[in-house]
Design a protein around this ligand. Structure first.
Ligand code: PNS
Length: 164
C-alpha cells in the first residue's frame, strides 16, 4: 500500500493544487493532503478555512484525506507511515527551493522519497500569493481557484479583517 503526503500552505487552494491532487490520487493508494499549521506565517485564510475548502474538493475521492500538521514534515510522515512526499514543480524557478527541501528531508528521513509532479501548463504561473493579491484588490479570480470555491474565496479576500 503506497501512502503519500501532499503538504503545503494552501493559502488558498489554487487550480494548480487541485490539478496536482487529482494527478497524485491516481498514483497512490492513499493520499494525505496536509495543511501546514504555522501561526508565525500570518496566513490570509485560517487553517480551518483551508481545510474546509480542500475537504469539499476531495469529497468524491475515498482515498484522499485532508488534515493539518505542525513541526517537521518528516516527523508527520513517520507518524502517518507514509512512504513519499508529493510536491508540485511549476517552473524552473521552483526547482532550487524544492530541491533543497527534498534533500533536507532526505537527510532527516532517508527512506522517505519526494516525488515531483508537474501541474497542467496553464497553471504554471499560478500561485496562492497571486490569487491573494488579485483577490484582495478586487480582481477576478475565475480560473485561478476551483469554481465551486471561487465566490467564498473572493468574498473572504475582499474582507480580510473577517478572520475566522
Ligand atoms: O505550500 P508551501 O508553503 O510551499 O509548502 C511548504 C511546506 C509546508 C511543504 C514546508 O514549509 C514544510 O514542509 N514545512 C514544515 C517544516 C519542515 O519540515 N521543514 C524542513 C523542510 S526544509
Amino acid at each position: 500500500m503506497l501512502k503519500a503526503i501532499y503538504p503545503g500552505s494552501f493559502d488558498p487552494v489554487t487550480m494548480g493544487h487541485w490539478d496536482l491532487i487529482q494527478r497524485a490520487e491516481k498514483l497512490v493508494d492513499h493520499l494525505v493532503v496536509a495543511v501546514l499549521h504555522n501561526p508565525a506565517k500570518h496566513p490570509a485564510f485560517s487553517v480551518a478555512e483551508r481545510v474546509d475548502f480542500l475537504r469539499e474538493l476531495v469529497k468524491p475521492y475515498d482515498n484522499v484525506v485532508v488534515t493539518t500538521f505542525h513541526g517537521l514534515l518528516v516527523d508527520f510522515a513517520k507518524e502517518q507511515e507514509a512512504q513519499c512526499i508529493i510536491r508540485g514543480v511549476r517552473a524552473f524557478s521552483d526547482f532550487e527551493y524544492e530541491f533543497q527541501m527534498a534533500l533536507m528531508n532526505r537527510k532527516l528521513h532517508p527512506d522517505l522519497e519526494t516525488v515531483f509532479l508537474m501541474p497542467k501548463e496553464e497553471f504554471s504561473e499560478l500561485s496562492s500569493r497571486m490569487v491573494r493579491e488579485v483577490g484582495m484588490m478586487g480582481g477576478d479570480i475565475t480560473g485561478f481557484v476551483p469554481e465551486s470555491l471561487r465566490e467564498r474565496i473572493a468574498a473572504r479576500l475582499r474582507n480580510p479583517g473577517n478572520y475566522a
